[in-house]
Design a binder for this molecule. Structure first.
Ligand code: ACO
Length: 325
């Protein structure tokens, strides 16, 4: 009998320090950086984001999200045999945030590693975990997106610092006789490295190059809208489905205008799109599982429904996962 993988529980966590646009505008004004609630809402749809305090790391956010996902799935941490963390803000250069998380969870012994595909990280990680479950390399996985992007922001650059937030989301993915994950479609095009990057690196005890986020927002916007449509169509074709089969589109939460354009291209009304960017900002690899968990817990997204998850981000990377919950 063919093995499939299926999401059996979701969880998420955002740190308690919430900054509304008004809070952030006031903090930036004190540093001589001018922006406004109107500009941020109109251009991005963002109204608030959460930032970690000093001493809190991606693994800490991931731990809370995983506790929620395990509880929802009715699975104990000791039974997890695979942990994949999608993050661009790991706790350390090495070991992986997944290994640190594994120890905090008390899930020691299974495979654990990180995936680095920036804002596409969660769909990349979910695809890898699905493949490992299908081949029998794993039975019960935690797939996590966790980020502390506030640590990468240049708070003198108003074109980027208003866009991002911190958080984590997680799913338990288990082997199943019936399909959960129906199809995936992943891509990258490394010629676009420069349009969205944190170019610094550690070398001989120093940071060489700029360790803060750089983005050509308009270039990212144009690429994002095109590739989100093509990845969704490719995943639908692989599964023998059409747009009409999608109950919910859960795209990477970067900008409401990118989501609106993608929904329009896929002929989906906005009431079939899960939107949390207003409350979380762009949490990179965490944004899709955060949005999924919020929608599940709100009773919007229900078991048996067909979901299209879509990520896009630095690399340039993009991808889609079509699944039945
Ligand atoms: N407050 C006020 N004014 C601002 C701000 C701000 N925070 N930021 C920029 N402006 C000004 C600019 O200086 C410019 O002023 P000018 O016309 O006098 O020169 C004006 O607003 C317009 O700037 P644009 O960059 O043209 O604004 P645009 O409409 O393109 O919106 C944005 C910018 C929101 C960044 C948009 O391009 C976007 O969302 N791009 C995609 C970003 C994205 O999705 N990134 C995440 C990818 S995922 C990942 O991998 C991390």
């Amino acid at each position: 009998m063919k093995r499939y993988s299926r999401i059996t529980g979701t969880g998420s966590y955002v740190p308690p320090r919430r900054l509304s646009n008004a809070d952030l505008v006031a903090e930036l004004a004190a540093k001589g950086v001018e922006t406004s609630d109107e500009w941020i809402v109109e251009r991005t749809g963002i109204r608030a984001r959460h930032f970690v305090d000093d001493g809190v790391y991606s693994s800490d956010l991931a731990l809370e999200a995983c506790k929620g996902a395990l509880q929802a799935a009715g699975v104990e941490a000791k039974d997890i045999d695979l942990i994949i963390v999608a993050t661009s803000t790991p706790d350390m250069v090495f070991p992986s945030t997944a290994c640190i998380l594994q120890n905090k969870l008390g899930a020691n012994g299974g495979a654990a590693f990180d995936v680095q595909a920036v804002c596409s990280g969660f769909v990349y990680a979910l695809t890898v975990a699905d493949a490992m479950i299908q081949t029998g390399a794993a039975n019960k996985a935690l797939v996590v997106g966790a980020e502390v992007f506030s640590r990468l922001l240049d708070f003198s650059d108003r074109t980027t610092c208003v866009l991002f937030g911190d958080g984590a989301g997680a799913v338990v993915l288990e082997a199943s006789d019936t399909p959960g994950i129906l199809a995936s479609d992943l891509h990258a095009d490394g010629k676009h490295v420069g349009i969205l990057c944190v170019p610094g690196h550690v070398s001989n005890g120093h940071i060489l190059g700029d360790p803060l986020l750089k983005m050509d927002g308009q270039a990212v916007f144009k690429l994002a809208v095109g590739v989100l449509e093509s990845a969704a169509r490719a995943a639908l074709a692989k599964a023998g489905k059409t747009e009409a089969d999608i109950d919910w589109l859960i795209p990477h939460q970067a900008n409401i205008r990118i989501m609106q354009s993608t929904a329009k291209k896929l002929k989906l009304p906005m009431d079939k799109v899960v939107v949390t960017v207003d409350q979380h900002g762009n949490t990179s690899a965490a944004s899709i599982p955060l949005a999924l968990d919020a929608a599940v817990r709100a009773g919007q997204v229900k078991p048996g429904q067909t979901l299209m998850l879509e990520g896009v981000g630095g690399g340039f990377t993009w991808g889609a996962v079509l699944l039945t919950l």
